[in-house]
Design a protein around this ligand. Structure first.
Ligand SMILES: [Zn+2]
Length: 202
């Protein structure tokens, strides 16, 4: 009898740790955290949501949509700067993720260099949303698609850490955030309830 193997890797979202900017700040001050790296979409004003300067490294890594796969040299930077916490920071609405979900061809010369690569990174999320929602591109689908993409980048971060033995030794903590400028909030992914939610502690 044939045993079919799963072609998808096991989800790692249960490894994501929930911590707000305030909680990260407390971790930095107490020495629990030795530094934070933020992988975010290039559209975002990241600094307004980061912990106050703790005199420890807070690195910001921005690219199209906030992808880990597009972050050449990220593992080395995390090691060299003794980073203990990585925040995968997406936002909604995100024009770049929306393009990726629609699968549109883009003529914008500002987006074209990384566009094809980004479209590839969006494939799994785009297919998942299409399978579930068809050709719907309303707020619900865009929001769910954005969250799915952020979680996939968090999983890519775990895979990057597994691939790099020195980074694996760090027991890196990975957090997934979603900025919602329309309501002035930042949600954190909570693996206990499998969803992004607001936290009482800012
Ligand atoms: Zn964006």
């Amino acid at each position: 009898m044939n045993k079919s193997k799963s072609t998808t890797s096991e989800s790692k979202t249960h490894l994501i740790q929930s911590a707000s900017a305030g909680e990260l700040h407390a971790m930095l001050i107490s020495g629990v955290s030795t530094g934070v790296a933020v992988v975010a979409c290039s559209e975002m004003d990241v600094c307004r949501n980061l912990p106050p300067d703790p005199k420890l490294p807070i690195l910001i890594w921005q690219n199209l949509g906030g992808s880990v796969d597009d972050s050449g040299g990220l593992a080395e930077v995390l090691i060299d700067s003794n980073i203990s916490d990585v925040v995968i920071f997406g936002h909604y609405p995100c024009e770049i993720v929306e393009l990726g979900l629609r699968g549109d061809v883009v003529e914008d010369p500002l987006l074209s260099p990384g566009h094809d690569h980004f479209m590839g990174l969006m494939t799994a999320t785009r297919q998942k949303m299409r399978a579930k929602y068809g050709d719907r591109f309303d707020r619900e689908v865009m929001m769910k698609g954005t969250q799915d993409f952020v979680l996939r980048q968090a999983e890519a971060m775990f895979e990057l850490a597994e691939f790099n033995l020195e980074l694996a030794d760090r027991n890196l903590r990975v957090h997934a955030w979603l900025e919602l400028p329309e309501i002035g909030d930042v949600w954190q992914y909570d693996s206990k309830c499998h969803s992004f939610c607001t936290r009482l502690i800012a």
